[in-house]
Design a protein around this ligand. Structure first.
Ligand SMILES: Nc1ncnc2c1ncn2[C@@H]1O[C@H](COP(=O)(O)OP(=O)(O)OP(=O)(O)O)[C@@H](O)[C@H]1O
Ligand SMILES: [Mg+2]
Length: 306
């Protein structure tokens, strides 16, 4: 049974005696869009390069679909876009893909190129020279390259960096498409948490070369702190009144937030009793960005016993 696309145990990697990865563990279920998050230098790219065999670990184990990652049979099932696509600028999109298809020894290269161009919505751009493509197109070509040969696992290092809103939306649609139509598993690192949140099914949060939390999007949602946001005419006055009764009150984005609370009625009642007029109130949950920030400072998840 192939339950996990990636299983990493106690992986370590050092550069000139400095540990970039230190006993890293990671589990990516088949079919997941796994958002790999962590600050600059935390070890995301290093992990991805190790999985792809671009670097050699100092210790630990990497299994892909239940087999050692060096196994040739499993290597052909991995596609990756790390750093850049490695394209020839003066060659057309088609020719760049053809060179890669030939490298991979694909049986029907033309058919396969048409397939991947369709997935990345570039069927009509095959004859454009790579150097004339926009950044968004270049990123999509990189993904097309990685998709040649229909990999079961796709590894993408910050593929949405520098893309505009539309470029990010297209990338999002492409990734969801791939996972749904071809059951591809995607490992994607990004600092753009608001985007990642829209597609990721799982998260791995890495810090200084160690995995500090792996969590499914569902579990994160159920664990994320709830809060009520309120607007009143006299925000300063209402803040003082709320703080007198509730532990976690803070102003954020022009709303007063009462954390770990979802009873809007009792807040309205309390504010009215205290002479405050409520103009707006709603229940909320913290998103990935705040979850991440709070995890880093140690307060994101509600305590188990609550
Ligand atoms: N080839 C290398 N030689 C020396 N040190 C390296 C090398 N590659 C990575 N490192 C170091 O390993 C650590 C992890 O780097 P890595 O690039 O994996 O981080 P990252 O999480 O991808 O960061 P970012 O978010 O900035 O891309 C850093 O301290 C980095 O300086
Ligand atoms: Mg990186």
């Amino acid at each position: 049974m192939e339950s996990n696309a990636i299983e990493i145990r106690n992986l370590s990697k050092s550069f000139r005696g400095m540990y970039a990865l230190d006993d890293l563990n990671m589990t990516v279920p088949v079919g997941a869009i796994y958002g790999f998050i962590g600050e600059n230098g935390s070890g995301k790219s290093t992990t991805e390069k190790l999985i792809c065999g671009h670097l050699v670990p100092n210790g630990g184990e990497i299994k892909l679909f239940g087999r050692d990652y060096r196994d040739a049979g499993v290597r052909v099932r991995v596609g990756a876009l790390i750093e850049n696509a490695g394209c020839f600028p003066g060659s057309s999109v088609w020719n760049n893909l053809m060179m890669q298809a030939i490298n991979l020894n694909l049986e029907n290269p033309e058919e396969e190129i048409r397939r991947v161009l369709k997935i990345v919505r570039m069927e009509d751009s095959a004859s454009i020279k790579f150097k004339s493509c926009s950044l968004g197109m270049k990123q999509r070509i990189g993904i097309a390259m990685a998709l040649l040969g229909d990999p079961a696992l796709l590894i993408l290092d910050e593929p949405i960096n520098g893309l505009d809103t539309d470029g990010m939306r297209i990338m999002r649609e492409i990734l969801v498409d791939i996972t749904q139509k071809y059951s591809t598993t995607v490992l994607i690192s990004s600092h753009i948490l608001g985007e990642l949140e829209k597609i990721a099914t799982h998260y791995g949060i890495i810090r200084q070369g160690k995995m500090i939390q792996e969590i499914s999007a569902k579990e994160m949602e159920s664990r994320a702190r709830v809060f009520v946001s309120v607007k009143t005419k006299d925000m300063k006055g209402a803040e003082a009144v709320l703080k007198a009764k509730f532990d976690n009150v803070r102003e954020e984005d022009e709303y007063l937030r009462v954390y770990d609370m979802d009873d809007t009625e009792s807040i309205v009642e309390y504010l009215i009793k205290s002479g405050h007029v409520v103009s707006e109130i709603k229940k909320n949950k913290i998103g990935l960005e705040e979850y991440y920030i709070e995890l880093m400072s140690g307060t994101a998840a509600r305590k188990e016993e609550e």
